[in-house]
Each structure stands twice: as C-alpha cells, then as structure tokens.
Design a protein around this ligand. Structure first.
Ligand code: BGC
Length: 613
C-alpha cells in the first residue's frame, strides 16, 4: 500500500517538479534575453506579471486535496487561486539561504526568471522583515534579533547586505523587485511610544530602515515600498500627521532622500477592508451624530484602505514626497464576504446599530489584527486598479500569503523568537480592544506557519467571490500534471545520418574494481542524529543525487522511535517511513544535496538505513 502510494505520489511529483524545473537546464542559453537590465520605471507593476511562489501554491494544492472529498466546491475555489502571486518573506537570516519553511532568495529569483514571459516584465514581491527588536508592540512576530547595537550590525551585515548582494547580481537585473520595507516598524514609532519595548527599539528601527533603504534603493531594479500600517491604525488625523513626519525624517536621512522611497504599502497582513460600500460618507448623520463618531470608528476619518491611501498620498506630497509616489494595498485577506456580509445599509436610526449593521468589516474592533475570524480573501492582485484616482494605486498585492498564521492561539515553543501574544487567543478580552474578545480563530500555529482552518475560511469568505475566472495558468508555461506537448507535427531528427555513438571503440570502465554505483541508485541518503535529549531526538537525512533528478523518495525505519514533525520533505507514510521531496527541493543536480530534518520521539537510533530512489 505504502509502495503504491509512494509510486503514485512520486509520479505526480516528478511531473510537477519536472515541469517546474524543465527549463533551468536551458536557462543560461535562453536566459540572456530575459536578463536585459531595465530602467527604473514609475510603477513597476505596469505591464508586468507577478512572481508566483510555488511553495505557497503547493500548500494550497495540499489543502484542496484535503477538502476535496467533503467539499469539492471549496477545493475548486482553492485551485482557482493557487497560482496567484504572493509575497516572499525574508523573516530571518536563514530565510535568505532557505530553511525548513521554504527555499531561499536565489531559488525564488531563479524561478522568477523561468516564469518571466519573453519581454513582459515580472515583479517579485519581497518582504524585508527582520529589524532588531521587531514587533515591539506585540509578541507574535518578535524576531531573532534583539534591540542591541550588535544585533543592528548583524541586521546590516548578515541580512540587508546579503540580500542586496543577491538582488544586485546581473542575472537578476531583469526582475523588478518590489520590496515591502519592515511592516509595522515606523507605524509603531508613531503611535506606540508609551510601550517601553518600542522606546528601546526606536533607534534600531530608524537606523535599520534607513540602511535598508540606502542599500536597496541603490539597485536600479529594486522598488521600495515602506509599510504604512492601515486606516484603523494611522487613519486619525494626529496619527497620520505623525506618521508622515516619521516617513519624511527617515527619507531625509537616507543617501538619496525622497528618491530612496518609491511608495508606501498599507494593510500588510491586516484585514481592513478596501472599501466600506455602505458607509461612503464618514460625516453621514444618524440619530444626530456622524458615523465617524460611532464606537467602531472612534472619530477616525479613514474607514477603509482607499480612504487611507488617498489621505496618506495627499499628506506625503504636501510634506515633500514626489507626486509620483505610488501606493500598494495588501488585499490578500480583506474581502469580508460570506454569509455575514451586509448587502445593504442598515435602516436603524441608532448610530452604533447602524454602523455595526452596515460595515463589511465584521471584527469587533479595528485593532484586532490576529487571525481575524470570518475574514475572506480580498481583491485579486491587480495593476493600477481603477476607481480610486486620489489613492495613486500602483497595485493590489497579496503580501501576506493567505493561510499563513499571524500568531499562535496558545504558547508554542519555537526557535524563531516568536512569542505568544494574547491578541491571538480567542478566549482573551483585550484591553487594547476596549475589553472585547480578540475574535482570533482558535487553534492557530506560530506566525508564518500554515493554518488550514484559516485558509479554508479565507477561501470560503472571499469577496469578490472566487470563480473559475480567477484561475491563472501555471506560471511560465506548461503546468504540473499537464501532458507535455505531444505536437505530432514536430520534425524528427533533422539529420538522420548522425552517428549514434561517435566512438564505438571507447574503452569500457578502465577500472572494473571501482566500487559499483550502489545498485545504480540515482540517489543515496545518510542519516545522523543532531540532538538527543533521552526521551527524544533531532535527526537529519542528507540526500545526495548521483545524476540530475527531479524528485526523490526516501524509505527508512526508525526502530522503536516515531516522528510526526518533519521538514524539508513530505511525510507520505510511516512504519517504515516514506518521505518525498517538497516542490522546491526535488530537483538536484549530479552530486547535489538536500537535507530533511525531523524531531523523533523515543530513543535515538544508533544508525538508520535509508534507501533513496
Ligand atoms: C511572520 C513571518 C511570516 C509572515 C508571512 C509574519 O507574521 O512573523 O514569520 O513569514 O508573517 O506569513
């Protein structure tokens, strides 16, 4: 049974990964045209496609497979969005090379070159997110770097410089890199300076963001978009004014001044609606009071992200930023469709009832940022969306990959520095939300990890509703599982007179005593224990290819020990264990290696025989 499963999965993986990596071998030849450097343009998204992160697509496909039997309609919707472009987060130093959350920056850039269609530009959405003292007003996304001078040096040398060096490599000059700069950092300096951690972080945020802008804006094909929170955070006049002062201050301390910033992005990883269709006028009077004075809006002038981007743009330009400054809105999770979405304005004459029944934002409080229950996928990524001229929108983008958690619902130990923030705990009445429950979905894993239940809800509650019209083709060519072009009109070999073997007199293997290739296996694998604490252990298996391969499968037995927690591969079966490659590490060149790791329960085995095919 497990063999059959292995074979079926391996076949599927081979097709998928084969299609994915079919071209890299030809890349050097065909890559020449693709790598012509482009001038820095006003809106990088104009006329461009966007890079599809196939690691995210694989999570979506896995999710579709898991709901297919019980809810085929939902599975179909998932598949319709699986090739939408999503942000690539450099959320720690190891993300640059790749870690158990996915492949590294160069892999994404190489894939972007493969996805690039002839002369059509391609934008890769990259997120710079690793400041010292990160996430100073919350705990869920605290990072690996503390707010110290030493950590700032590491941020500069081991993070920004390394990313900038890779992005500046000539072969990537034809990719437009849209860099979202440090979500929440400057907004925290604007509104949360009553929090001691933000006071401590302030100098590191200011210097870190300035450094990032200096290094990244020096690369012509990189476009910087500084994070500007969302309307429910910075929309009040006071906050908006202070935020713009901070943005101006940072811009002025960069080497290129205002020119180091191409634009701003709002709603990154948040769920604030793009538009509140039934509350178009913030001064509308209900029961003698304006809707902006309701408990939900607390006098904020910006009810949604089109309001906020318009207000922000006007303020930025007034403060000296060029009129060409562009805006992005993260619409990955701000759809608020589903059964609870109002379909008309309320008829109540009570102000708060009117607002609560009219708004599409179903949160109890606009400050509820963690895994908001009931949210849906929003507008699909789109270039220069029309209808909001005052917002100066470059694009709608999906920076937060839908399905990735904002923070764990309870404490979960991890080695990424992520804390447990009770804003992610559905049972918590938060003082930050006027004592209301957080509205967070239960059962969430650590931030950044895949959260099935959330993804299912986001797809079900998408607004606009997802239809087959949203489906994008497999990026850059033939899709996984599709039959390769069988073109019967293909010419046969143009030169039938070619000799088959040019030298039939070739000697056979000159040294027949050589150790034979292990059973002619295309790959081999070796196990080692990397940590052992008696009741459990951590192990890794290094896979080595003996010839170029597009997929691999391991079989091994852990004796009396077991594992459920494995990375770098897909666990297909246990007793014995069967593990196949992920979508991103199936391709190995001859002598190429990749490593899977796992946590074992029980005694660490002294040796493990692993077969690889
Ligand atoms: C997490 C990151 C993650 C990102 C995208 C953030 O909240 O802290 O680790 O990469 O979300 O899911």
């Amino acid at each position: 049974m497990s063999n059959l499963l292995t074979r079926l999965r391996k076949g599927a993986a081979a097709t998928a990964v084969g299609a994915l990596f079919a071209t890299p071998l030809a890349l050097t030849a065909s890559g020449t045209a693709a790598s012509a450097a482009e001038p820095h343009v006003d809106n990088p998204y104009a006329g461009a496609t966007q890079y599809v992160n196939l690691t995210w697509s694989q999570n979506v496909e896995d999710e579709a497979q898991s709901v297919e039997a019980t809810d085929p309609g939902l599975a179909e919707k998932m598949r319709a969005v699986k090739y939408q472009p999503t942000g690539v987060w450099m959320d720690r130093i190891s993300a640059i090379d790749g870690n158990f959350d996915g492949p590294g920056l160069q892999h994404h850039l190489d894939q972007a070159l493969l996805q690039k269609q002839d002369s059509t530009p391609i934008v890769l959405n990259l997120v710079i997110y690793n400041l010292p003292g990160r996430d100073c007003y919350a705990l869920a996304s605290n990072g690996e770097l503390p707010a110290t001078p030493e950590a700032l040096e590491r941020y500069k040398n081991e993070y920004i410089d390394v990313i900038a060096d890779i992005l500046a490599e000539p072969q990537y000059s034809s990719i437009r890199i849209s860099a979202t700069i440090e979500p929440d950092s400057l907004p925290n300096l604007t509104t949360n300076m009553h929090e001691p951690a933000c006071v401590t972080s302030e100098p590191y945020y200011l210097e870190g963001v300035t450094y990032a802008l200096d290094e990244l804006s020096a690369i012509p094909n990189v476009y910087t978009y500084v994070d500007a929170a969302h309307s429910g955070w910075l929309g009040w006049e006071n906050n908006a004014g202070h935020a713009v002062e901070t943005f101006v201050k940072v811009a002025q301390q960069t080497k290129k001044g205002f020119a180091s910033i191409d634009g701003f992005i709002t709603n990154t990883a948040n769920t604030t609606p793009l538009v509140e269709p039934f509350l178009p006028n913030v001064n509308q009077q209900i029961g003698g009071a304006s809707v902006r004075s309701s408990s939900f809006y607390e006098w904020n002038l910006s009810f949604d992200e089109t309001d906020w981007t318009a207000d922000l743009h006007r303020r930025l330009v007034a403060a000296g930023f060029p009129a060409s400054t562009g805006m992005l809105i993260d619409t990955s999770r701000n759809g608020w469709g589903g059964p609870d979405r109002p379909t008309a304005p309320s008829t109540s004459s009570d102000l708060n009832t009117f607002v609560n029944e009219s708004r599409v934002d179903r949160r109890g409080h606009r400050g509820a940022w963690c895994n908001a229950s009931g949210a849906g996928i929003g507008e699909r990524p789109q270039t220069t969306p029309s209808g909001f001229p005052a917002s100066h929108l470059d694009a709608f983008v999906w920076i937060k990959p839908p399905g990735e958690s904002d923070g764990s619902a309870s404490e979960i130990p991890n080695d990424e520095g992520k804390g447990f923030d009770r804003m992610c705990d559905p049972t918590f009445h938060s003082p930050k939300l006027d004592g209301q429950l957080t509205g967070a979905k239960p059962g969430a894993p650590v931030s950044g990890k895949w959260f099935s239940a959330q993804f299912q809800e986001l797809v079900a509650n998408a607004y606009p509703v997802i239809t087959s019209a949203d489906a994008l083709p497999f990026p850059g060519g033939e899709g996984p599982g599709e039959t390769p072009d069988p073109d019967p009109t293909d010419e046969p070999d143009p030169d039938p007179t070619d000799e088959p073997d040019p030298d039939p007199t070739d000697e056979p293997d000159p040294d027949p005593t050589d150790t034979p290739d292990p059973g002619d296996a295309v790959c081999s694998a070796a196990y080692r224990t990397t940590g052992d604490w008696g009741a459990g252990f951590q192990g890794e298996i290094v896979v080595t290819a003996h010839e170029p391969i597009t997929s691999w499968t391991l079989n091994f037995d852990l004796g009396g020990a077991t594992t459920t927690n494995l990375w770098g591969g897909q666990l297909l079966g246990s007793g014995p264990y069967t593990v196949s490659n992920e979508s991103w590490n199936g391709y190995l060149s001859a002598d190429g290696t990749t490593t899977i790791g796992f946590i074992g329960n029980g005694a660490a085995p002294s040796s493990v025989a692993v077969s690889c095919d």
